[in-house]
Design a protein around this ligand. Structure first.
Ligand SMILES: [Cu+2]
Length: 267
């Protein structure tokens, strides 16, 4: 129902509800705009100087405007209590258990997105700020920790399987960034010192979206949605949504590559 708003294509399970709410808010605002605009024109004519040469000190005596204001407040309360709060509660409280989801850590920095997968053991390896190297180890992963052996890290490339709950643990190294993927209807600030979980279920693979849009170069983009410094505009990450099999293959290859790099004495 919200095509008329020109929102970005939808590619997440919860997005329909958000779009509906945006649609209802627009309809309500349109009614208010037309209503108040009409009222304004009416009073311009009704209280024109030629008809009212002397000011009326009694003013309006009918209560119609009060009823109207109450009605507006009721509709606003319904939008807030009936739609917005339940939707928000579902987003932040009804998070799926980590055992059913793919958990991935995303750390913003000036000006990149560092992606960290726990690998097949599903345990994030230890990180240590002393091991942090902006070129070779931007997250400071301690590869001597057994849990870190199979961890996979990338920069600005987030690979996700389709139709599976994704939990992103969002963090920041320096300033406030914001993880925004418009097609997933997801936007959350990354705040230094906090790990903020967000979750969504991608429903359309990158390949399907390319066909749907008729654009072979389409990419889901992580746009930093908080002005975070001079390089803010080039702080772009890309999300590749794949079928479960494709994703598994990507993950297996990445783990192998990681192991090979680790055992390379000339690295
Ligand atoms: Cu940023």
């Amino acid at each position: 129902m919200t095509e008329w708003l020109g929102l970005p294509a939808l590619a997440a399970a919860h997005g329909g509800e958000i779009d509906n709410m945006i649609g209802w808010i627009h309809i309500f605002m349109l009614v208010l705009f037309v209503g108040w605009g009409g009222f304004f024109l009416y009073v311009l004519v009704r209280f024109r100087q030629s008809r009212n040469p002397v000011a009326d000190y009694r003013g309006v005596t009918s209560h119609r405007s009060v009823y109207l204001e109450v009605a507006v407040a009721v509709v606003e309360a319904v939008l807030l209590i009936g739609f917005a709060i339940p939707l928000w509660a579902a987003r932040v409280d009804a998070r799926p258990p980590e055992s059913e989801a793919l958990v991935v850590q995303v750390t913003g920095e000036q000006f990149a997105w560092n992606i960290h997968y726990p690998g097949p053991d599903r345990v994030f390896g230890r990180t240590d700020i002393k091991l942090l190297d902006l070129q070779s180890n931007p997250l400071g992963v301690d590869r001597s920790d057994p849990a870190a052996k199979d961890d996979v890290t990338t920069v600005n490339q987030l690979f996700l399987p389709v139709n599976r709950p994704i939990i992103v643990r969002l963090r920041s190294k320096d300033v406030i960034h914001s993880f925004g993927v418009p097609e997933f209807r997801v936007k959350q600030d990354a705040v230094p010192g906090l790990t903020i979980p967000i979750w969504f279920i991608p429903t359309v693979t990158t390949a399907d979206m390319r066909t749907q849009k008729g654009s072979p170069d389409f990419q889901y983009e992580i746009a930093c949605a908080q002005l975070c410094g001079l390089g803010h505009a080039r702080m772009r990450g890309f999300v590749t949504v794949q079928s479960a099999e494709e994703f598994q293959k990507w993950m297996d290859d990445a783990v192998k590559e990681q192991a090979a790099a680790e055992s390379d004495p000339f690295r």
